[in-house]
Design a protein around this ligand. Sequence first.
Ligand code: AMP
Ligand code: ZN
Length: 113
Amino acid sequence: MSLECVFCGIASGNIPVQPVYRNEEFMAFADLNPQAPVHVLVIPLKHFTSLMDVEDVSYLGRAMDAVREVVRILEVDEFGFRVVVNTGNNGGQTVPHLHFHILGGRVMTWPPG
Ligand code: AMP
Ligand code: ZN
C-alpha cells in the first residue's frame, strides 16, 4: 500500500466511496468524472502502479473475471461496453494505481482521443 496513493486510500477505506462490488482482491466504484452514463473503475486492493507491474498473469485473469462480474451487476453486458486500461504518460494514465475503466450506457466511438 502506498500512503500517497488515492486508490490505496479507497481500497483501505480511508477515502470513503460507495462500492459497486468488492471481493478479496478487487473492488469497484463509480468514477468521479464520468465519461459515459455508466463509468465504473475496478481496482486491485493491492497497489500495482500499472498493468506492467503485475507479474502473476493469473492475477490478471481474476481481474478480468471481476470486471465481467461488475459488467453483469451494472447490466451493460447485453448492449456492450468498453474496458480501458490507460497505462503510463502516453496512455493517459493519471492515477498510478492499476485500474480498469468500464464504460457503457452509450455507443462508444473509435478511435478514442
Ligand atoms: P486514468 O486517467 O486512467 O488514470 O483514470 C483515473 C480516473 O480516476 C479518472 O477517470 C478520474 O476521474 C478517476 N478518479 C480520480 N480520483 C477518484 C476518486 N477519488 N473517486 C473516483 N474516481 C476517481
Ligand atoms: Zn495504490
